[in-house]
Ligand binder design. Sequence first.
Ligand code: BGC
Length: 398
Amino acid sequence: MKKKLLGLLLATTMVFGMVTGCGDGGGTSSGGSDSDDTAKVESKEASSGGEEDSSGADGEIQVGIVLPTKDEPRWLQDQKQFETILDDAGFTKQVLFSQGSSAAEKTNVETLISKGIKVLIICPQDADAAAAAVEEARDAGIKVIAYDRLIKNTDAVDYYVTFDSVSVGVAQGQYLIDNAPEGSDIPLYLYAGAVTDNNAFLFFEGAWSVLQPKIADGTFKIANSSEAEALKDKAELTRDEMSKIMGQVTTDWDFNAAKSKAEAHLTAAGADVKGDVLILAPNDGTSRSIADVFAADKDITKYVITGQDSEMASVQYIIDGKQSMTVFKDTRTLSADSVAMAVDILDGKDPATDSSYNNEKIDVPSKQTPIVVVTKDNVKEVLVDSGYYEASEFTGLE
Ligand code: BGC
């Protein structure tokens, strides 16, 4: 069975061509039994939705997957990959979304426990709050794989499958440096992800590690964070220090929050932080919102803005010159790695790992996947030629 599955995983990775449903806010769900496709980004209410149930004849499910929200195209990409791989491999599975709510997440885990899952693959909504949910799973004899985001302060996480998140931040910061205008005091706007997400800290840490020397030597001038300004001479920030900055510039991973924040920043900004500017945007959804706000300001002559996830809408923004870069995190690899781990677990074997992450309670054995920087220059090669998207899904692709 292992051999067959590995072949399938490989085939899926190579052949899987289309990730659909990647418009702003909501999108398609791939035939789930309880799809709430009208869910909008504004409504982060506590409800689970978009579930895909492939229970066996006796209603038992082998692998349960809990993802944070279906309101961001990123997680629909992961959902699609999981469904394809697990279906092809003949596993019974169910994918549930927590819709931005830790309470819904816990209910989702309990639902899956009651269906007899052996392995739980979970991307937590909130790194700390998810501990209680996975402890319930552990107590029911289930193995837990944290997916993409770490679960903190618990020993009930068996494995962690993730991208190299610090390197995502480094890539974003380095892109701004490499594409900055000449001169000094170049305005730099900082934005961050949700403080409940451990990844948001890793992204910020990576970006700060390369941007800080440029801020300290006066090449860049922070435009929108007094806390970052106060800490500009510190090469390495503690978690508390990062929290202070991120508290001021968090988007909460919410497109509308990002838009409002960017509007407020530009309203408050003086002429010294307008003109040609640099923007550290943490992911694609927030990047598009922030970019739209900056594009509409007549005193912004040019902006360079980062992103991550290679969402379809952002790929179009990059082709159109509205977003400068994104980071490709190949969800085909991440989902395949998690499923391969689940198979090992179901076979009674120890899954292979290549790193470990401390979650403030234990060192969690981990598997890391590298990332790729995508710009207008290589977008076709990385995202179309690799079969991740189809050329016909975009306009103006050369
Ligand atoms: C993920 C990103 C995603 C963000 C918002 C992070 O934990 O790593 O890919 O854009 O959450 O959902």
